[in-house]
Design a protein around this ligand. Structure first.
Ligand code: NAI
Length: 409
């Protein structure tokens, strides 16, 4: 593969120029260097906004070692550009198989990181499976996404977590903006770019009305789509209903759908019984962290023929003559398709700042945080919100002394 380092550098420059929170963090911490003497591992979607977080950690004194959390979303030009910078070293590969990805994470762990910024808990899981490899002086893990937090909470319940974790995904400033607005906007823009299809007037089904699903459904409705929602949680189903969405079982939803997006964090949301009922030409995309939301084994098994019909779209022809199109082999539709750039930069400025300041919080409180999954303290959320408001030039009111007294009485 030919890698254009200058293109990677240009992508980093463009992202950095639209990340005012990171500019403020770099200014604030370049002198103090709070990560000096520490190695920080970053395992995330390896693209330009993650690259800017890596740069900011290095500017704040950290020795940064990175790898890609999902091979299909890694941008090799960005990785190559990062690798030219002092204090930064990364390992990524074009092979997406589990053994290669695990060996890259081994290389990261061999650098003895003090902190891990994880996406999907991949490095954390490797440390849980092989506790003898937990580095000396290990401080803990900041987890970026819903599926990663779910894995780590399960390990915590089983008593298998040997280090502290901050559930950065669950913080207000991360989940309310990244999962809702970032996913809503980037999934639709990338889906339409990769298909070159019209959304207005078409039927779009969203599986899962959580943070991501709600963001997608709201935007798709605003763009003129007829939107249906599938759910398994009755509370979320009511929430979707009162927002005006049709709530239906997947078996019913698929027969009329032009586009079906899975955003559940669960395997097999689309499976054999659904493929058999789908309309001819249906386009399927996965939003969740793991590609197993769409059971491609079932689809391959049912297919009498398959071919690439456009870059990033594979068509499966079934016995009934219907063709089903899958975007990016069911990897994250907004990050893995050939034209995908992930969330808007301004949203990831907030997410990456939450990860940076959560990591800093762990460093500053390393003596007192016990091994468990913890919420990110509200003070971190507030700090990021305040820097964002100041970058936007937005001024807000404060409580009067009387109001403060009232709220604490
Ligand atoms: P969430 O927990 O808020 O929402 C998931 C929803 O799916 C829940 O309401 C749940 O009841 C529902 N659900 C579970 N099983 C279902 C099934 N079989 N059928 C229909 N609904 C079902 O989680 P969130 O934050 O919305 O994240 C969803 C997934 O997206 C996770 O894997 C997360 O890691 C990933 N994610 C992806 C992003 C991207 O850029 N593509 C960004 C942020 C999160």
């Amino acid at each position: 593969m030919v890698v254009d380092i200058s293109l990677g550098q240009a992508k980093l420059d463009w992202a950095r120029n639209h990340m005012p929170i990171h500019k403020a963090l770099a200014r604030r911490f370049e002198g103090a260097r709070p990560f000096a003497g520490l190695t920080v591992a970053v395992s995330s979607h390896l693209e330009a906004k993650t690259g800017v977080l890596i740069e900011t950690l290095a500017k704040a004194g950290g020795q940064v070692v990175f790898t890609a959390s999902v091979a299909a979303t890694a941008q090799h030009d960005v990785a190559a550009a990062l690798n030219t910078q002092p204090g930064i070293e990364g390992f990524i590969a074009t092979e997406a198989d589990a053994a290669t990805q695990s060996s890259l994470r081994d290389k990261v762990i061999a650098r003895q990181p003090n902190l891990v910024i994880d996406d999907g808990a991949e490095i954390a899981l490797q440390l849980v499976r092989r506790p003898s490899e937990i580095p000396n002086g290990f401080i803990g893990v900041c987890e970026q996404t819903t599926s990663g937090v779910q894995r780590l909470r399960a390990l915590d319940r089983l008593g298998q977590l040997k280090f502290p974790v901050l559930a950065v995904n669950d913080s207000y400033m991360k989940r309310e903006f990244d999962n809702v607005h970032g996913t809503g906007e980037s999934v639709l823009t990338n889906l339409l770019l990769v298909t070159n299809r019209l959304l207005a007037g078409r039927c779009l089904v969203v599986a899962g009305f959580g943070y991501c699903g709600e963001g997608i459904a709201q935007r798709a409705k605003a763009w003129g789509a007829r939107v249906s929602v599938t759910e398994v949680d009755p509370r979320k189903a009511v929430r979707a209903h009162v927002q005006g969405f049709d709530v239906v079982p997947m078996r019913e939803a698929v027969s009329d759908a032009d586009f079906i997006l899975t955003a559940t964090g669960m395997p097999d949301v689309l499976r054999r019984e659904h493929f058999l009922e789908m309309a001819d030409g249906a386009v399927l995309g996965n939003v969740g962290h793991f590609s197993n939301e769409i059971n491609l084994d079932d689809l391959r098994d049912l297919a009498i023929d398959q071919r690439d019909v456009r870059p990033g779209i594979r068509e499966y022809k079934l016995h009934n003559g219907h063709c089903i199109n899958v975007v990016a082999d069911a990897e994250l539709v907004n990050l893995a398709s050939p034209v995908a750039m992930g969330h808007p930069i301004e949203i990831m400025d907030i997410t990456m700042a939450m990860l940076f300041l959560s990591a800093l919080y762990m460093v500053e409180h390393r003596q007192s945080i016990r091994a468990a999954v913890h919420a990110v303290p509200e003070e971190v959320d507030h700090q990021v919100a305040e820097i964002e408001l100041s970058a936007l030039g937005v001024v807000i009111d404060g409580l009067t002394a009387k109001q403060r007294g009232y709220s604490s009485s």
